[in-house]
Structures are given as structure tokens and as C-alpha cells.
Design a protein around this ligand. Sequence first.
Ligand code: AMP
Length: 429
Amino acid sequence: MSAPLQHIPGTFDILPDAQGTGGSDLAPAAAWQWAERTVRDVAGRFGFDEIRTPILEPTELIARGVGGATDIVQKEMFAFEKGDTQYVLRPEVTAPVMRAYLEHRLEQRGGVQKLFYIGPCFRAERPQKGRFRQFHQFGCEIIGSSDARADAEAIAFMMAMCDAFSVGETRLRLNSLGDADSRPRYREALRAYFAPYTADLTETSRQRLETNPLRILDTKEERERRLLEDAPRLTDFLGDAARAHYAEVKTLLGDAGIAFVEDPFLVRGLDYYGRTAFELESDALGAQSALGGGGRYDGLAEEIGARAPVPAVGMAAGFERFFLAMQAAGTVMPGTPTPDVFLVAIGERATRWAFSQAQLLRRAGLRTGYDLRSTSMKAQMREANRSGAPRVVIAGDTELDAQQATVKDMSSGEQTTVALDALARHLRP
Ligand code: AMP
């Protein structure tokens, strides 16, 4: 006999209670529900409308949208072929949202489209703490505005989520990647700067120097980081418009009391960003320190087939990392809710009665439990206790003949006799 089958490493089950391995111990299902509700509440306050796109997308959307030189496209896509179609399990949601925006002509709704989403993403990365193969993101996309306020709004939304989740200390890093006209000049400057040092670079960075030199700025290699100290800065290459935009974003954040640090080496792992780029970090997370990030991506729409650029900015964050940061900050997550009432039945008739009575109480809005096994009163009381229900209704055949039941308050131990037709009213919390 082989052992029972198990989950795929890097994925996890979300269980009723916070217990398990891999990632199941992050948070119980009730905490996920609360977290999703919280995102919806905060998104509502910001005026974001929900969008849900499929988990399956055409591989080409991600290859073109996220960018062929990125790690995501080169190494991390769960992609497969079926018939003559290439599918990918979405590794992120921005390109899918932009696809949906263009496909359904969402600009016709009028005004700026402020959208938020919640859902799973998939990346074939090496699993480790805070890094999964199926993880869950929330995020927002603001489409149709090139105003610096839109950039600041996406950041403000992310920071509001940090407050709502009580994730503790965070650090917001900010940079401007400039416009399409400044980046090629900067890329050349970087190539020229690194040319004498190619022998000192890692194989990956040597490749990046060819394909996407900006990604070298991302390096974690100590030696490369030292080289970077004297490297040309992207911010010195910004055109007037990009510089003014960046300055305005910083002013808006400052006015709103949102603290940030400027990081001229911040680039993001996705190709579609231009102008604003930001990342939110927590020291509590260890190696996978990013809680979320985002930026402006005015070029993405054209990349995936639009005839003209569509100004847009957004952010994405991982629920798992938020939960880890909450744990580190000692924030208590909501647990599984208890029933309002638990029915204990003694005797055959009472057992049948309890079933129909449970349906009546549930119709009256009460969370009602009872033991689905035929057991002794003692065993049922044990179940009632375990359920955490604050009140227990106890009925035997003789009480039912008198159209009555006993209601026990589990914290005081006090017992009251209640007429059956008054039970729902009596039990309402
Ligand atoms: P990215 O699109 O890579 O910037 O990811 C946005 C956010 O999603 C990150 O800041 C993380 O919070 C989360 N995230 C990305 N990849 C993973 C992963 N493999 N496992 C868990 N969370 C992730």
C-alpha cells in the first residue's frame, strides 16, 4: 500500500483551524475570509470596483505583457498546451486586468477605471518561507489617468491595507523608472559603465546586461552591489515630464503623511513599468521581504495589442506575506466562529425533533449545531462544549410532550425552561 497522496510542495490547504504544514499553518479559513472582507471594505472606501478574471490565460498575454526577459516568463510560468492553444496559470493579475479592460472596452463605463481584485496566482519558484507556487494576491489597477494622484492613490490603498491588517513596521521604497525616451539612454549608460567589469559579474547579470540591464540594479550579490554604488542613476536620466511627475508623487505622499524612502536601484521584476515604481517591505519577513509593490505601466496596453497607450498604475500584494507580517507583529487573527446554539437530544423522538428544530433556528438566522452521531447525552454535551456554543438546548421525549426544552447558558451554567414556539426568539443573540 502506498501512503495517502499529499499536496504539491509550494501549495497549501487552507484549513478550518490554523494547523498543518507548509502554509496551512499561516491562517485558518476564517482569517482568510476576514482578510478578503477587509480588502473589499477598504477597496470600497477608495471607490474601487471588483474585477475577477480567469486563472487560465493565453500564454502570449503573459509573455508579451509581463515581458520575455523577466524571470516570470523565462522560468516561472506554469504553462501547457492543449490542442493548439497555449495556456498559462496566471502568475500575476495586471496583464489579465488590462486584457479585460481592452477586450470589454471598460473605458466606456466613463471616467477613470478603479478596479481591485483578489485571487490566486501561480509561479514555479523554489518554495520557501513566504514563497509559494500557488499564492494569493490582492491588488488594484487605476486605468485611464496619467495624473500623479493616481500613482499616490495606488500607494495609499496599499498603505491603508497595512493599517487594516496591522502588519507592523514597513518600509515603502520609491523610484521613478522614467519614460520610454529616457530608459534607452540609461540602458546604454549602464552597459557602458559595466563593460569594464563584465568579468566580475555573475552569469545572470552578464545576460541581463544584454537583455535587460535595468535588472542588474536588482542584484543581491554583494560585489555587484558595491559596483552599483558608482553606477549611473536612473533619476539623473529622467526627462522633464517624468521628473515633474515623480516630484508630484512624492509631494502627494508627503502631504498625506505616507512615509517613503527613495531607492534609485528599485526596479521591479516585470517589464511593463515606467515612471513610478514602488515596493513595500517588512523586516519581519526574512528573505522574502516584499509585502507588495507596483507602479505605473502606461506601455502595457500597447504591448498586448492596444493601438494607443493607456495610462495606468497599480499595486499587488500577497495575502500570505501579510499574514506572516501580522504573526510577527503579534496581531491576532480571527478564528473560526462558534455556533450560536447547540442542540442536545435525548431519545429517538427528540433526536428527530432536533433535526427539524435545527432547520427552524437556522431559518431564524441562528448558527445551529447538533451531533450527527447517535450518542449519549454525555457525549453530546462534550460536543456542545467543544463547539464553543454559548447556549445549549436540551430536550428529551417527555419535555417535548410538554412542548418545552431546557436552555443552558454555558458560561453561567444557568438553566431556563422555554416553550418550543418561543425558542428562536429566546435564543436570538
Ligand atoms: P510581484 O508581482 O512579484 O511584485 O508580486 C507582488 C506581491 O505578490 C509580492 O510583493 C508578494 O507579496 C506576492 N508574491 C509574489 N510572488 C510570490 C510567491 N511566490 N509566494 C508568495 N507571495 C508572492
